[in-house]
Design a protein around this ligand. Structure first.
Ligand SMILES: [Zn+2]
Length: 165
């Protein structure tokens, strides 16, 4: 994705208040993100671990989504979980249920969308093997990198569609 500015990020959010978007903490090392290797910018709030954010380019305009981390690590140590975006398997705690308030009327009525995602939201890097999931078995796949990236983006867009209603 293209490198974003702080202003890009703060003005992209569709499901939180302007105040929250203004106050939220950007990822550590924001300016040094590996933009070329990212399908979306995702991070946990350094000051509030139960909050996470992702910002994606969706056909041009940016869409930022604020997420609540509602679980993680409650299952047995040996259990594995899979991220619904990049399909990376992690040991306990490496995947977390993240919930986004939907936009518009649905959101005002309290509707939200939940997905199991990599707890560090580094799906783009796992997909490109720039980051390894600790203890994860490599799933033998015949897909090319391009196909895997396309799959991450397709899964991401369907998640954004649900948030946007
Ligand atoms: Zn992932």
């Amino acid at each position: 994705m293209r490198p974003l500015t702080e202003r890009d990020v703060r003005t992209s959010f569709v499901n939180c208040s302007k105040g929250e978007a203004t106050r939220l903490d950007l990822p550590r090392g924001f300016a040094d993100q590996p933009w070329d290797d990212l399908d979306f910018l995702g991070w946990r709030d350094p000051g509030a671990p139960e909050r996470a954010y992702l910002v994606a380019e969706r056909g041009g305009p940016l869409v930022g989504v604020a997420l609540r981390v509602t679980s993680g690590g409650s299952r047995g140590f040996t259990s594995r979980s899979m991220c619904s975006l990049c399909l990376t398997t992690h040991t306990s705690g490496g995947v977390a249920l993240m919930t986004a308030r939907r936009t518009g009327e649905a959101g005002r009525q309290g509707n939200s969308v939940g997905q199991y995602l990599c707890a560090d939201l580094a799906c783009s890097l796992y997909t490109r093997r720039k980051k390894e999931a600790p203890g994860a078995g490599v799933v033998d796949e015949t897909l090319t990198l391009e196909e895997k990236v396309a799959r991450v983006r397709a899964n991401l867009h369907s998640f954004l569609d649900k948030v946007l209603g």
